[in-house]
Design a protein around this ligand. Structure first.
Ligand SMILES: [Zn+2]
Ligand SMILES: [Zn+2]
Length: 239
């Protein structure tokens, strides 16, 4: 049983449902909590002002539907120094900060674009060089150190990293490592490293459509198969 699904998107960014529809879907699946985590502010459709609007809608859905609706952001890592696309002065308004890497976000500078986007793009054709992996790892760890991050979303997706090093940084900072139903492939060959680490995990759907919310079994099964004890998965309880 899951308490909640803490990574879902709505029409505010690239999802299909409204906040209300996501919250209703979560309630129908028997969840007690759901987080709306639209993308950070370096994607064309999302702004800080829209986030504030979304917060009101989360409150409305929470009151109307009787489950906890957390309003978060899935911020983008946009530079090699670990900058994210939420400004310092906006951070205190963000109720739940998750961070991930997305190719479609606007990068901070040209060099970040070339070293992160272009290299990532070619990743799909050739194996990422060791140097790129080191650079990516430093960028992700810097983001974890600089910001009050709760969850690192889809680790090793697009941006290839030294998984044990990043997971160790998460454990040290108390950042949850996400097991993302949509991106389990990116963890192939790394499950043993996750199991051996001291990190704690959260299983999320990354739903872009309401009906995907709460469909968490594939990630849970993969984790349990890898020998990860269920007590380490923070949003899972009982059988
Ligand atoms: Zn993402
Ligand atoms: Zn997402």
């Amino acid at each position: 049983m899951f308490i909640g699904d803490y990574h879902t998107h709505t029409k505010f960014s690239d999802g299909k449902g409204s906040v209300w529809e996501n919250a209703s879907a979560a309630r129908e699946k028997g969840l007690r909590e759901v987080a709306v985590t639209d993308h950070g502010f370096h994607i064309p459709s999302m702004t800080f002002a829209k986030y504030l609007e979304e917060k009101d809608l989360c409150k409305e859905a929470e009151d109307g539907l009787g489950l906890r609706v957390i309003c978060g952001i899935e911020a983008n890592i946009i530079s090699l120094e670990g900058d994210i696309d939420v400004k310092e002065e906006e951070l205190s308004s963000i109720d739940y900060l998750t961070v991930g890497f997305h190719k479609f976000a606007l990068f901070k500078g040209l060099s970040d674009f070339f070293k992160m986007y272009a290299v990532t793009y070619f990743n799909e054709l050739v194996k990422t060089s060791e140097k790129a992996v080191e650079r990516n790892t430093r960028a992700v760890i810097a983001a974890l150190e600089r910001y009050p991050v709760k969850v690192l979303t889809h680790i090793n997706h697009s941006l290839k990293v030294d998984v044990p090093a990043v997971v160790a940084a998460c454990a040290k900072k108390g950042v949850l490592v996400e097991l993302n139903v949509k991106h389990l492939d990116d963890l192939d060959g790394h499950w043993e490293e996750l199991e051996r680490s001291d990190a704690r995990f959260i299983v999320n759907s990354d739903a872009h459509r309401p009906f995907e919310i709460g469909e968490l079994a594939p990630a849970l099964d993969a984790a349990l198969r890898a020998g990860i004890r269920k007590e380490r998965i923070v949003n899972y309880y009982g059988e």
